[in-house]
Design a protein around this ligand. Structure first.
Ligand code: TXA
Ligand code: MG
Length: 347
């Protein structure tokens, strides 16, 4: 394919936007920035395009994709009903990092998009480059995160290049994404909305608009299968096994020493403040304690950094309060660590 990589632009040019839109209309795949993570877009109405997405990512075919549109009126073509509740959520959070499940119109989208489910996941992203491409293409665009399946999602064009160079037609570089974790996936089909994947829009913000919101219990590693198929896979995983450390800085340091005594080369992922107090083999910083949003923004880049430190045999990561965006951060960290914790209270 014609690998196009614009490295120095934060705002894509009109030429880039038009080229991306044309490729999408021809059925090719284009990676583009959204406010959450980079997406790998393809025409959601064409099976061949959607199949290419699964193939490029190595994604299991039972894991449905999010459809991205520029305007709410585009939904009429492939959604049968928008409830009052869904309407209010769109008014409050679109464009933005909220994905809503809506009943899908049979035959309107490539069947691979929904993986056989009766609902389709949709959102209008707020990133100007994503919006411009969606407007120019004038198509519903299926776009999962633009990473190889199982890897941390891409927050920079260079992450997409690492995973997908040579496998897709084009990468549009819009700089580093803002939120850093994916959109919140919300199921509004029942009597109470349920978060299937915590993300950029917090539970608290949702509750301000629609009242009490539940979180899919299966996200906390119970025996039940998560309702968002994607949440059942080991995900966001760096190369070395990771553990989450829940305790004081002294406890954190003791954990590092114990692993080192066993011959492990220990990498640490923590905020700059915590990192300053720790001694480890490789230290990777991830935001500041004074701002949870900065931790979300730097999380995936931090996890990916360990892919460039092959000497590291075990990763220990700091943990955070599960309030606000902390719910999404901890969900991703728990998945990256396979829910393995080192707790001070376990001693
Ligand atoms: O922020 C985001 O949402 C990014 C950007 C590119 O928009 N996209 C993204 O897509 O994260 P992806 O494919 O990596 O994650 C989609 C998640 C998966 O966990 C999938 O199982 C779930 O949404 N999902 C999609 N359609 C669904 C449906 N009909 N029912 C339940 N879960 C669904
Ligand atoms: Mg993904």
């Amino acid at each position: 394919g014609c690998m196009k990589m614009k490295t120095s632009f934060k705002e894509a040019t009109t030429t880039d936007i038009d080229a991306a839109a044309a490729l999408l209309q021809e059925g090719e795949l284009v990676a583009f920035p959204t406010e959450t993570v980079y997406g790998l877009g393809g025409d959601a109405t064409v099976s061949d395009s959607v199949k290419k997405i699964y193939e490029a990512k190595g994604r299991p075919s039972d894991n449905p994709l999010i459809v991205h549109v520029a305007e709410r009126t585009q939904l009429d073509a492939f959604v049968t009903d928008v409830s009052d509740e869904a309407q209010r959520l769109m008014d409050a959070f679109w464009p933005g990092p909220l994905t809503i499940l809506l009943p899908v119109k049979e035959g309107a989208l490539a069947p691979e998009v929904t993986a056989g489910l009766s609902t389709v996941a949709v959102r209008i992203p707020s990133h100007p480059v994503a919006l411009a491409i969606l407007k120019a293409a004038d198509l519903p665009i299926a776009a999962p995160s633009a990473n190889t399946s199982g890897k941390p999602s891409p927050t920079k064009a260079s992450h997409v290049k690492e995973d997908l160079a040579g496998r897709i037609a084009c990468i549009i570089d819009g700089g580093t994404t803002g939120v850093g974790v994916e959109s919140t996936v919300l199921d509004c089909s029942g009597s109470q909305p349920v978060i299937l994947r915590p993300g950029g829009v917090t539970k608290e913000a949702l509750e301000n608009v629609v009242g009490p919101v539940l979180t899919d219990v299966a996200l906390k590693q119970t025996t039940a299968a998560p309702k968002a198929p994607g949440m059942k896979y080991t995900h966001y995983a760096p190369v070395a096994p990771a553990y989450l450390v829940d305790g004081t800085t002294d406890y954190f340091q003791a954990c590092i020493r114990l692993f080192q005594l066993e011959g492990e080369v220990v990498g640490v992922l923590a905020t700059t403040e915590t990192l300053a107090d720790l001694d480890a083999d490789v230290k990777v910083s991830c935001g500041t304690q004074s701002d949870l949003a900065s931790i979300a923004a730097e999380l995936y880049d931090g996890l990916r950094t360990f892919n460039h430190h092959e000497e590291v045999t075990v990763i220990l990561a700091e943990t955070y309060a599960e309030a606000g965006i902390g719910q999404a951060i901890m969900n991703r960290l728990e998945k990256a660590a396979g829910h393995r914790y080192l707790r001070a209270t376990d001693r």
